[in-house]
Design a binder for this molecule. Structure first.
Ligand code: SAM
Length: 272
């Protein structure tokens, strides 16, 4: 028998979809349930249906809940070896190409995109790259555009950068401003930020590289497959690269046979 909470959560997610168009119906259930109960407690709602009533009447409740659903934890040069592999692949594949389009899907506050810009600058190919960075959450996109990251993180990011094969002094890329590190404007000149929902929006270009890390962990397997098969497969050119997070894989997708595994552990795949 389905538990009452499960029925109420299904109804809540259906109401959100029908009223606001955000489709969380195929997010991983245990994680979405945890977030809903956390929100109910913090915002002093009496029950899931109490929250549902408020959501339907008041858009600001939806905006707050959206922030709770969107988990924005990120880092610069997160899993440094992911970037070491990319450095080699980019040298092999992109040296002679006139333009390279890279899509960071679910980019959060942008640390991943700035890491990529630094790497491409050091490879001497940044000028011919376009870095498209998207997220469902408008607030994190605005933060990414500010180029400011916490100064307190720079020690860890410097170590990640060096472990990823960084060639300079990391501090050359930013200026300290009070508690923030303002990254150089040059790094952002080929970045294009926009709000995009992987579940309901379509592709908007053809890419040489799609990077979507630590987003699928919040989706159930049907939704992961839908995004890979319909959105990412169609958005990549043949020979294009797909990079996933270290706990994510392609193994259940219909497109598995259309991708070559370049590095199983570091989750780099290539469209055949
Ligand atoms: C944990 S962060 C990952 C950030 C970065 N990719 C990394 O690996 O460090 C997950 C991001 O996915 C975004 N996200 C969740 N659902 C999404 C969706 N349907 N479409 C686009 N972005 C989504 C969240 O807003 C959040 O910023």
């Amino acid at each position: 028998m389905i538990e009452n909470d499960h029925i109420e959560i299904d109804l809540l997610l259906e109401a959100i979809y029908r009223k606001y168009g955000y489709d969380f119906r195929n997010y991983a259930y245990s994680s979405i349930k945890r977030r809903i109960f956390h929100f109910i407690e913090n915002e002093s709602f009496k029950s899931i249906s109490d929250l549902q009533g408020a959501l339907l009447k008041n858009e600001s409740v939806m905006e707050k809940l959206l922030l709770t659903f969107s988990i924005n934890v990120t880092q610069m040069f997160r899993n440094p070896q992911f970037y070491t592999i990319f450095r080699k692949l980019a040298q092999e594949l992109f040296s002679n190409m006139p333009i390279i389009r890279i899509w960071h899907a679910g980019c959060s506050t942008g640390e991943e995109v700035y890491s990529m810009a630094i790497l491409l600058t050091e490879l001497g190919i940044y000028d011919k790259c376009r870095l498209y960075a998207t997220d469902i959450n408008e607030k994190v996109i605005k933060k990414a555009q500010s180029r400011i990251f916490p100064l307190s993180q720079m020690k860890m990011y410097t170590q990640n950068y060096l472990d990823a094969g960084g060639e300079k002094s990391f501090s050359e890329y930013y200026t300290a401003r009070y508690k923030g590190a303002l990254f150089n404007a040059d790094l952002a000149k080929n970045m294009i930020f926009s709000v995009h929902n992987l579940v309901t929006d379509k592709s908007f270009n053809e890419f040489h590289v799609v990077i979507c890390r630590n987003v699928f962990i919040y989706f159930n397997s049907d939704l992961q497959n839908k995004v890979i098969d319909n959105l990412f497969y169609g958005s990549l050119m043949s020979g294009g690269l797909l990079g996933l997070g270290d706990k994510e894989s392609l193994h259940l997708s219909n497109s598995t046979e259309h991708f070559k595994v370049l590095d199983k552990q570091l989750r780099w795949f290539q469209k055949k």
